[in-house]
Each structure stands twice: as structure tokens, then as C-alpha cells.
Design a protein around this ligand. Structure first.
Ligand SMILES: NC(=O)c1ccc[n+]([C@@H]2O[C@H](COP(=O)([O-])OP(=O)(O)OC[C@H]3O[C@@H](n4cnc5c(N)ncnc54)[C@H](O)[C@@H]3O)[C@@H](O)[C@H]2O)c1
Length: 391
């Protein structure tokens, strides 16, 4: 997939939040991006002034892209710390070890900033570290998965997993800048692309039919390695997400809609202990939310076929287990231990139809019926956690 990015960074988006913090997003070619080029284009980069960068990079990304990362003008001079890979390392011990390394190298609040290079797990962990170390260092994101480009990079939610639950410790720490380098997409597996596509479909569904049709159209091209289609898809997703961030950075109101598929999704990730990817878990979560809407009588007639079309475009297949009701009960238990159940009910975002979602308080029986309907299949494609319990 040859790079079509120009030498100069091109502005994709700038979000000014009601908290008076701003996040700028640029498409760029990391291999050609110089600090001078960046500071000439981006006001946020100028504000980083003479600070030194410390790069926190996902180990796998580093091993795949070592030559390009070590020679990228903007990263060359910076100290580099390699972080362990993926969801299992999104933990307090990883954050502590990294903060010890920052202290050892003498990083300070006034003189340093972080450049985070990796997927959503790395960005969440690096953001968590940046927000805590010396009460906060500025952070620049270089997302390397499609999922991180369409979603995780925007909006400043940081997190590590804790006590077996997703994102239990976290802060809000808006990156000053995101640098989107589409070349990274070329080393992603089809499953990684599927995960990113699912999050972008979620975003498009929130927006409406036109955006959903465009996302479905772009999805097949993204699988073929079409960078133009990928940049259209990413830009559309970020544009849809940006008003939620602008108006509700601290997630006290409408930002909750972005959690479509996430209540069940996070529970699946917790129950399967990282053996299911975030995007895949969210895809299953959207199906469960749809079935809950059916249970509550609020699902529009055409919505099931719309959701089927959008998930099929991502090459998504639903999770199938033999004892679906048992899995549903385990998931409810996890939602409860995540402190999401209050007075016997948990909040779900229901996909009524494109451009139309609503929050609903759902009890265990309704959830169990809906989830069991999604997961009830004859042939297991992923072992049920029941098997683990029995071993
Ligand atoms: N903060 C937010 O707003 C937000 C939003 C959505 C998701 N998230 C979080 O993002 C995480 C999921 O992100 P993800 O799907 O990017 O997973 P990830 O960061 O775990 O990356 C998935 C895998 O891809 C590898 N990888 C990364 N870039 C690569 C590349 N260019 N080529 C080859 N391999 C590469 C990683 O090493 C990892 O093994 C979850 O923890 C989720 O909670 C956060």
C-alpha cells in the first residue's frame, strides 16, 4: 500500500472543547515529518516549544516499524521507551514501570512531552501515564491501528484495566495533537481492520443513513488496502465523534451515546480475559443492544437488516457458544462487578435506527433473554468461558 500522504501535514480536524482544551488532528507522512514542518503548520505543535519528546511505543509496532520509527525526523532525537503489547498490558504495573523509567531519565513537567505510538491499548495507557506523571505532561498521539485512528485517539479518555474489569482506572487528558500516518495500516491483519471498521460503523450508525452508506461503501475498499478510502472513513468517524467531545468532554451527558455496544462489549472482554478483541466485543455488544431494543418494543422494523449489513461489511461474525444463557448470566455478573448495575438495572445504548439511539435501564432478565438470543448457536467458534470454569 504505497503512501499517498504529502510531505506537509494536512489538517484533518480541530476540536475545541467546552473545557477550553483543543485537540488538533493531522494526516501526515511520519517518515517525512520534521519538527519544523509540524510547528510551521500546527499551533499546538508550536505550543510544545522547546520541550523534549519521550516516545512510548508498543513493542510489536516497534519491531514491525523499527527502521521507519528510528529514522523519522520527528522521533529521531527523542528517547524511546518500549511498552509491552496490547490489552493484557494495559495495567497499573505497566504504567508504574514506565513512570519509573520517565523519572530515571529526568523527565519533568516543564521540559518534556510524550509521543504515544501504538493501538488503542497503548494510547489509553500512555495517556494515563501522561496525565499522572508530575501532574500531567502534554501528549501527542500517533495511532497505528484503524480502531485507534477512528476512535481511541479522539477525546482524551485514558485508562488501565483493574481488578479484572475494563478501564476501571482512568483520567481525562486531551492529546494536544494526533498525527495520522496511514502507512501503519499496511501491517494490520484483517482482524485488526475488522475491529476498526466496527467502531467506525458504530460512529456512522449514530450519525445516520447517509454516513452509514458511505462507511459501508468504504469498508470493502479498506480491506483492499485503499488509503484514500481509509482516510475518508477515518475523517468521517472523527467528524462524527468530535461534537460529542466538544460538548461533553467529561462524559456527563451525550457522550454516553458513543458507548453503543460497549456495556456488553466490556463485559465480554472481561469474561474472556482478553481472548476477544475490543472491536469484536463491541460488534457483539451492538447485536445484544439491538435485541434489548426488540425486547422493549422500541426497535424499528428495518434496523436488524441495517445492522446486519453494516456488520457484514466489516467481515464480522457473531460469537457463538453452546450454553448461551450461562454466558449471558456471566456477562451480567461482570456488568455488575463493573459497578454498572444500580438497583438491579444497567444502562444500555439502544440502536433504534440509523441516527437514532436512546439510553435504557435494563434488568437482568431482559438482558439475559436478549444476549442468549444473540449467542445461541449450535456450533461454538470460541470456547465458552464455561469450559475454563470446569477445567
Ligand atoms: N480512549 C478511547 O476513547 C478509546 C476508544 C476506543 C477504544 N479504546 C481502547 O482501545 C483498545 C483497543 O485498541 P486496538 O484495537 O488498537 O488494540 P491494541 O492497541 O491492543 O492493538 C491490537 C494489536 O495490534 C498490534 N498493532 C498495533 N499497531 C499495529 C500495526 N500498525 N501493525 C501491526 N500490528 C499492530 C498491537 O501490538 C496489538 O497486538 C481497547 O483497550 C479499548 O478499550 C479506547
Amino acid at each position: 500500500m504505497p503512501s499517498k500522504a504529502k510531505t506537509k501535514p494536512t489538517s484533518a480536524l480541530s476540536v475545541n472543547t467546552s473545557q477550553k482544551a483543543t485537540q488538533e488532528v493531522y494526516f501526515c507522512n511520519l517518515a517525512k515529518l520534521t519538527s519544523r514542518g509540524l510547528t510551521q503548520t500546527s499551533p499546538a505543535a508550536k505550543a510544545l516549544g522547546n520541550r523534549q519528546a519521550v516516545v512510548l511505543v508498543d513493542k510489536r509496532v516497534h519491531s514491525l516499524w523499527e527502521e521507519q520509527l528510528e529514522s523519522a525526523p520527528i522521533l529521531k532525537e527523542a528517547a524511546m521507551l518500549l511498552l509491552p503489547v496490547g490489552e493484557k498490558s494495559k495495567t497499573l504495573p505497566t504504567a508504574e514501570t514506565t513512570m519509573r523509567s520517565l523519572a530515571k531519565m529526568g523527565a519533568t513537567r516543564n521540559d518534556h512531552y510524550i509521543i504515544a505510538v501504538g493501538g488503542g491499548a497503548l494510547l489509553d495507557t500512555a495517556g494515563f501515564i501522561a496525565s499522572l506523571y508530575h501532574r500531567g505532561l502534554p501528549i501527542v498521539h500517533v495511532p497505528t491501528t484503524l480502531l485507534a485512528m477512528v476512535d481511541a485517539t479522539l477525546g482524551g479518555k485514558t485508562a488501565v484495566n483493574f481488578l479484572g474489569s475494563k478501564n476501571q482506572l482512568g483520567t481525562f487528558h486531551l492529546p494536544v495533537l494526533t498525527l495520522l500516518s496511514l502507512d501503519f495500516l499496511s501491517t494490520l491483519t484483517e482482524e485488526h481492520l475488522r475491529d476498526g471498521l466496527i467502531e467506525s460503523m458504530k460512529m456512522a450508525f449514530l450519525s445516520g443513513t447517509r454516513e452509514l452508506d458511505a462507511a459501508i461503501h468504504n469498508a470493502s475498499k479498506v480491506f483492499e488496502g485503499d488509503q484514500e478510502a481509509a482516510s475518508r472513513l477515518i475523517l468521517a468517524a472523527l467528524r462524527i465523534k468530535s461534537p460529542y467531545i466538544r460538548d461533553d468532554l467529561l462524559d456527563l451527558g451525550k457522550r454516553a451515546h458513543l458507548n453503543l455496544g460497549h456495556t456488553t462489549g466490556h463485559a465480554l472482554e472481561a469474561v474472556y480475559g482478553g481472548r476477544i478483541s475490543h472491536g469484536n466485543a463491541v460488534g457483539n455488544g451492538i447485536l445484544v443492544a439491538m435485541e434489548i431494543a426488540r425486547e422493549l418494543g422500541s426497535l424499528r422494523k428495518r434496523t436488524p437488516s441495517v445492522i446486519e449489513e453494516m456488520l457484514t461489511a466489516c467481515a464480522f461474525t457473531p460469537l457463538m457458544v453452546q450454553d448461551a444463557e450461562h454466558l449471558a448470566r456471566l456477562l451480567w455478573g461482570s456488568i455488575g462487578s463493573d459497578k454498572k448495575v444500580s438497583e438491579g438495572r444497567a444502562t444500555f445504548v439502544l440502536p433504534l435506527g440509523p441516527g437514532k439511539v436512546e439510553l435504557a435501564q435494563v434488568d437482568e432478565e431482559t438482558f439475559t433473554r436478549a444476549a442468549a438470543r444473540v449467542f445461541r448457536q449450535a456450533v461454538p467458534v470460541l470456547e465458552s468461558p464455561l469450559d475454563d470454569d470446569e477445567s
